[in-house]
Design a protein around this ligand. Structure first.
Ligand SMILES: [Zn+2]
Ligand SMILES: [Zn+2]
Length: 290
């Protein structure tokens, strides 16, 4: 169906460009926030095991992962330019209804939760898990820049399918879709952070996704399948509180200035059981298919 302003046979790419621009700007802000906090602010690492790295290398990996942001931009561009999105998405009319932005985020996370469970325990079995989602699970102790580091199949299954379903459920306008995209992609990045955020104590209480909640999934494999909301895990009985994971720092630990992402590691203070590298050997695993 032909909707909105046309460029000849094609829909005007203005809304698409604004949307991609909003997500890109949000990512710039997230990366700047992360740099400032690691460099100068007192923070607490989620996990005890150190994970020093070169910040510029992390940034390059984040931007260059073919299964990540690049695939999402490609999906959105094809979906938009082929006139396949519902008409409302091409409309600049009306302001932002925050209830719609929130509903899109909830829907996206619910379908991600279901597809995430499908990848881990679905009928396609271990062979499908290994090809799709397992590459993302090599990060037992993730850093912020690992957020979109996964296989193309993983992004397709767990991100693009929920995005497609969510876009068919809600008649959002271009502003609402842009805000949803920017907020949701930033949040998904932030929950991979190696240090906790100032809002995490509040989020933990009301079941919104925190960095520690998602680290529980990376460390244990069989809990916390939700990303931005933990409500689905509460209902399904698959929620595990970060405080119950022994490889994590105590939430009462005094925050310290890391001095950057390449902080030095004092070997005498490191828990040897938590330093067996970043592979499954150091994982506190509870199930199969890790
Ligand atoms: Zn993850
Ligand atoms: Zn997983």
């Amino acid at each position: 169906m032909e909707c909105g302003v046309r460029w000849g046979r094609w829909p005007s790419p203005l809304g698409l460009s604004l949307g991609i621009g909003a997500v890109a700007l949000a990512q710039v802000l997230v990366v700047a926030y992360h740099y400032v906090r690691l460099r100068w602010c007192a923070t607490r690492r989620v996990q005890r095991e150190p994970r020093p790295y070169d910040f510029s290398e992390g940034l390059k990996a984040h931007l260059g992962s073919p299964g990540g942001l690049l695939l999402m931009v490609l999906y959105l561009s094809v979906y938009w330019m082929s006139d396949a999105m519902p008409c409302s998405y091409y409309s600049f009319d009306g302001g932002v209804r925050w209830s719609v932005v929130f509903a899109q985020t909830c829907s996206q996370d619910l379908f991600m939760f279901l597809l995430h469970l499908f990848e881990h325990k679905g009928p396609l079995g271990p062979a499908f898990y290994q090809r799709s989602h397992k590459p993302h699970h090599r990060f037992v102790n993730p850093r912020l820049f690992d957020a979109f580091d996964g296989s193309v199949a993983d992004t397709f299954c767990m991100i693009l399918v929920p995005l497609l379903i969510t876009s068919r459920i809600f008649d959002a306008n271009v502003w609402e879709y842009m805000l949803f995209g920017a907020l949701w992609s930033s949040w998904l990045t932030l929950i991979h952070s190696e240090v906790s955020h100032p809002w995490d104590p509040l989020f933990l209480r009301i079941g919104l996704g925190t960095a520690a909640d998602h680290h529980v999934h990376h460390r244990t494999f069989v809990f916390n399948y939700g990303h931005t909301m933990m409500w689905w895990d509460w209902l399904a009985g698959t929620y595990k509180a970060p405080a119950a994971v022994r490889a994590f720092n105590d939430a009462s630990l005094k925050p310290t200035v890391q001095g950057g992402s390449n902080y030095s590691v004092d070997s005498s203070t490191v828990d040897s059981s938590a330093t067996e590298g970043n592979g499954p050997a150091g994982a506190e695993s509870h199930g199969k298919r890790e």
